[in-house]
Design a protein around this ligand. Structure first.
Ligand code: VGL
Ligand code: ZN
Length: 261
């Protein structure tokens, strides 16, 4: 079983566990958590409205990682949007010529899968804004597409967090939305990790170039040593993943905290 563990988790944890057993430290120095991001039907072939190629194929590895006795916390996230969510192209019919071809009236399969972008303003502070990509409707709260895929061993999960529940903001990260002054949505994940005295955060799931990346950046920002287990992720766009991966690694170097991929 251990040989199946990616070296990034297996090697580090072996060393740290030994330190702890020798009682060298009063406070354990290696308390890893696993974050399983958005392993939902809508992100998986064959029927997902925003299917990521190979999305289902990483589940056996994730299930193996979930059995690691070293983990002090195992958290799964669900993208969980209301039907009027700001990230749905169908909710921006008039925002650009392209979007008008997408789902004219209600939720449905868009004529073209990925259309355009929109600028989102902080509802509490209109001067703060960001431009974000629009998507086909996906992970509508309570719908079959929002369900975790049945292959995932949810019996091992300690806590399931829903994110993206506020219709007014995009929220790729499992921690919070991109606004800072003030923040609009916070899942409480950072507090949960600190309460469990987590030191290391391992991120797996979908999609590498959006929610996994964004979650890893925030985990690092919150002071956790952060590792994306690349074998246990898949990207919407391989090219985009290569780009953001560089930023992850650079971030790790700058802060002196390892963001290993
Ligand atoms: C995601 C696009 C839109 C993700 C979520 O889970 O990576 N991507 N919403
Ligand atoms: Zn989403």
């Amino acid at each position: 079983l251990e040989c199946l563990m990616p070296p990034s988790i297996f090697n580090v944890s072996q060393t740290r566990l030994l330190d702890n057993e020798q009682g060298a430290q009063l406070e354990p120095q290696f308390r890893p958590a696993l974050l399983v991001v958005d392993m939902q039907e809508d992100f998986c072939p064959p029927n997902g409205s925003l299917a990521v190629a190979g999305g289902r194929s990483i589940t056996p590895l994730i299930n193996t990682l979930l059995t690691s006795p070293l983990l002090v916390l195992r958290v799964a996230t669900k993208d969980w949007h209301p039907p009027n969510h700001i990230s749905f192209a169908s909710n921006h019919q008039h925002s650009s010529p392209e979007t008008s071809t997408c789902c004219p009236e209600s939720i449905g399969t868009p004529a073209i899968p990925f259309v355009s972008t929109t600028t989102i303003h902080n509802p509490h502070n209109p001067s703060e804004s960001y431009t974000t990509r629009l998507w086909p409707p996906h992970c509508i709260a309570g719908s079959p597409g929002a369900a975790l895929i049945p292959e995932l061993d949810v019996s091992k999960i300690d806590k399931i967090l829903e994110k993206g529940t506020d219709p007014r903001v995009e929220m790729y990260s499992a921690f919070y939305d991109p606004f800072v002054s003030p923040r609009v949505s916070d899942s409480g994940l950072a507090d949960m990790l600190r309460e469990a005295k987590v030191t290391h955060v391992y991120v797996v799931g979908l999609a590498a170039d959006y929610c996994v990346w964004s979650t890893a950046m925030d985990a690092h920002k919150e002071g956790f040593e952060t590792v994306v287990v690349e074998e246990a992720t898949r990207a919407v766009d391989e090219e985009a993943w290569r780009g953001v991966k560089e930023r992850l690694v650079a971030e790790g170097k700058e802060g002196g905290i390892g963001v290993k991929v």
